[in-house]
Design a protein around this ligand. Structure first.
Ligand code: PLP
Length: 478
């Protein structure tokens, strides 16, 4: 039996023994995910296999560089892994390896995007992306009148394009006119909060007319694109980036696909690879790459198409049910996994509904809707169905979820009255603490109990829920 010096004794015991504090936090988060309804459009519930790969011994290894061209020894298996991951990424998106390559090392979607900009642009070159208030992402060039908010606007110049206020769809004509004047070097499409599909052909025309690269950031929709349920950006783009943890249902990371046969630049492969390392990153997170590979294997299965179809069917049903309750949706519906719910006609802010939903166990996020007067007070809510679909929910279940949301809105309106002020803190107080002669807080508890009971009827990917018990630190009145 080997003897251990004191400083190595903690290397073998399980987490619960070594660090009960962190274990307890994980247990509480597991309980929260089990007991609530996850409707954040950028989240999903990854598989046990992905979590095992992600939590594996691969975290120990440094492997700066690319397969067979590393700056460290000992990478024979890491090379095998990265090549496998690349192969599966191309396969999942039905790409010909002669025409497309992929870098699987980005730590996240934001770093993937910044590396892509680094590959395609020189400092202070011009880019155009969908404006953040219209559903675009921070990394697509966002800035305000007061501040350049992200590296994409600090190191590059950017001009946002917008939605057509009448239809709330991308204003392709307006974009073409702006591009004609602005002459961007890069046109970015893709969004964080846009419920409709993209016209990549029209965007390619604008890019070509102005000598620009076309890049799609399909972070939100990549799982649906892989399934062939949305238009194919690879047909028209030079570069495609994505996160791996949204509809693609993998671990948290990013991918950059590049065209090997682009007319615009024959060296995109080298430019992208050099931009990821050494320009923007150091050693890849090999444990994450293993998790991505495993998630991609799942996305290559015939059953993936059924999952993607169900995500979309669920989003459609959720949207239709909200409309049936009399609510307004941006673009009146959806083509993908998300709906944007416009609360402004109700006189309710996104912040208040988000807060109340948090209290009752429905996880959503406030979101700007087209025409919002202030970005600080978003007038809507973004809802996505990828995670609930991963818990096996179908259209009939979305009706129940829509009813919960409807009750949450009605309750928020009541609480707003009871609070007697517009302040969020007063709203939270009357929602949380029963007030003499007021109904609101009691109704909050009833709704919370019903949401909990409903949510706990479903499995939670990666977890054996039959063994779950309420962890220390979570109070629940019976
Ligand atoms: N791109 C889009 C369109 C996104 O919606 C997001 C995140 O929500 C990102 C990039 C950034 O991804 P990450 O949070 O992994 O950096």
């Amino acid at each position: 039996m080997a003897t251990f010096p004191d400083f190595n004794k903690g290397l073998y015991a399980p987490l619960a023994e070594v660090d009960p504090e962190v274990q307890n936090i994980i247990d509480k988060e597991t309980w929260r995910q089990f007991s609530g309804l996850e409707l954040i459009a950028s989240e999903n519930l990854t598989s046990r296999a992905t979590m095992e790969a992600n939590g594996s011994i691969l975290t120990n290894k440094y492997s700066e560089g690319l397969p067979a061209a590393r700056y460290y020894g000992g990478n024979e298996y890491v090379d095998e892994l990265e090549v496998l991951c690349q192969k599966r990424a191309l396969q999942a998106f039905h790409l010909d390896p002669a025409k497309w390559g992929v870098n699987v090392q980005p730590y996240s979607g934001s770093t993937a995007n910044f590396a892509a900009l680094t590959a395609l642009l020189q400092p202070q070159d011009r880019l155009m992306g969908l404006g953040l208030p219209d559903g675009g992402h921070l990394t697509h060039g966002y800035y305000t009148a007061k501040k350049k908010m992200t590296a994409s606007s600090i190191y590059f110049q950017s001009l946002p394009y917008a939605l057509d206020p009448a239809t709330q769809l991308i204003d392709y004509n307006g974009l073409a006119s702006l591009a004609k004047i602005y002459k961007p070097r890069l046109l970015i499409c893709g969004a964080s909060a846009y419920p409709r599909d993209w016209d990549y052909k029209a965007l390619r025309t604008v890019a070509d007319d102005n000598g620009a690269f076309l890049m799609a950031d399909i972070a939100h929709t990549s799982g649906l694109v892989a399934a062939g349920e949305l238009a194919d950006p690879f047909e028209y783009c030079d570069v495609v980036t994505t996160t791996t943890h949204k509809t693609l249902r993998g671990p948290r990371a990013g991918l950059i696909f590049f065209r090997k046969d682009s007319d615009k630049a024959k060296d995109l492969e080298k430019r992208v690879n050099d931009a990821v390392f050494p320009a923007c990153q150091g050693g890849p997170h090999n444990n994450t790459i293993a998790g991505i590979a495993t998630a991609l294997l799942q996305a290559c299965q015939p059953s993936w198409k059924a999952y993607a179809k169900q995500v979309i069917a669920n989003a459609r049903t959720l949207g239709q049910e909200l409309v049936a309750h009399g609510y307004k949706l941006q673009t009146s519906g959806t083509d993908n996994h998300l709906v944007l719910w416009d609360l402004r006609p109700l006189g309710l802010t996104g912040s208040k509904l988000e807060k109340l939903c948090d209290i009752v166990g429905i996880t959503i996020n406030k979101n700007a809707v087209s025409g919002d007067a202030s970005a600080q007070v978003p007038g809507g809510i973004r809802l996505g169905t990828a995670a609930l679909t991963s818990r096996n929910m179908l259209e009939a279940d979305m009706k129940i979820v829509a009813d919960f949301l409807h009750r949450a809105v009605q309750l928020s309106l009541l609480l707003q009255k009871e609070a007697g002020s517009k302040l969020l803190k007063d709203f939270v107080r009357v929602a949380s603490v029963p007030q003499e002669g007021k109904e609101g807080a009691l109704q909050v508890r009833t709704l919370r109990d019903e949401v909990r009971a409903f949510a706990r009827r479903w499995p939670l990917p990666g977890v054996d829920v039959s063994t779950l018990t309420r962890p220390a630190g979570i109070e629940e009145d019976e």
